[in-house]
Design a binder for this molecule. Structure first.
Ligand code: PLP
Length: 296
């Protein structure tokens, strides 16, 4: 991955949008050592992929940024400012010559609770970066392992302070789960609740096909509402779909599985816990055609 551009945002309410976005050196330090985002993972973020000069599904990402901020009792993000900054970044990384062959640009936007010592405004920035082209992965599929997330399916209601379902900066657990997958000769993870309901990946939404229907677990189980999954369900209007709980038994019985995310699109699962699984390449291609065609 390669940093392409960086904007520092001034998040004080009274600064006009046009004056609040500051272009800074993408490779220079930006965060103070006392920022709660780095010290405590106390902040929220989004990552949108850029195609056709636009950040895809931007409104859904902005809405989810607001939702995560609400769950974490952060000040509500000024969406008109974040929208303007991300649109500007998406246009800049789409200029001719910025990307090398085989690269795909994304925009990550981050809001932390601000400085631990000074209090004051949240800290905000927008990073444009180049990542790899996901096409090979979409064809080859991925091997996953099923890992216990350690929380019951009702954790959002019974223990909201655990912040399940918020896209917080605290991804160290997700990273550790991905390392565990590699130790088990896999590429990715499907988390399950401690009482046996299927959840999501550490950085993706699960879709399972059961009885001809595409099914994804509901946000109430403490998973992120996926922008990619939502656009797949909306775009494939001829394929029945449903949002409901999926049991481990159903995961074993599903005739196809995908992990979906903004940067990779829909990636089929080819192995679960070492057992080969069928992949539907035709439907995978249709899903990704819907995703790649989005112009905002
Ligand atoms: N679930 C988790 C935990 C994630 O981190 C992500 C994306 O990073 C997703 C789901 C997929 O979300 P989206 O499709 O909006 O990228």
């Amino acid at each position: 991955m390669r940093a392409l551009l960086l904007y520092r945002l001034d998040l004080a309410d009274d600064v006009p949008v046009d004056d609040a976005v500051h272009v800074v050196d993408a490779t220079a330090p930006l965060i103070r050592a006392t920022d709660l985002g780095v010290n405590r993972g106390d902040g929220v973020f989004e990552t949108a992929v850029v195609r056709h000069g636009a950040a895809q599904s931007l409104e859904a990402h902005l809405e989810r940024l607001g939702r995560s901020a609400r769950l974490m009792e952060l000040p509500p993000p000024r969406l008109e400012l974040w929208r303007a900054a991300v649109l500007r970044a998406a246009a800049a990384v789409s200029a001719p010559g910025v990307l090398h062959d085989g690269e795909l640009a994304s925009i990550k936007f981050v809001m932390t609770r601000g400085d631990e010592f000074d209090g004051g405004e949240p800290t905000g920035w927008v990073l444009g970066f180049a990542g790899g082209d996901p096409r090979a992965l979409r064809r080859a599929g991925i091997r996953v392992v099923v890992l216990d997330r350690g929380y019951r399916h009702d954790v959002m209601r019974t223990a909201p302070w655990l912040l399940q379902g918020a896209k917080s900066l605290a991804y160290a657990v997700n990273q550790a789960a991905l390392r565990e997958a590699v130790r088990r000769a896999a590429d990715d993870v499907i988390f399950v609740s401690s009482d046996g309901l299927v959840l999501e990946g550490p950085r993706s939404t699960l879709i399972a096909r059961l009885g001809g229907k595409l099914i994804t677990p509901p946000a109430e189980l403490g998973v992120l509402p996926g922008t990619t999954q939502a656009d797949i369900f909306a775009g494939l209007s001829d394929v029945p779909s449903e949002t409901r709980a999926i049991t481990l038994r159903e995961l074993a019985d599903a005739d196809a599985l995908w992990l979906c995310s903004s940067t990779r699109g829909a990636v089929p699962v080819r192995e679960v816990d070492g057992l080969g699984r069928p992949m539907d390449h035709t439907l995978t291609e249709r899903m990704n055609a819907v995703l790649d065609a989005r112009r905002g």
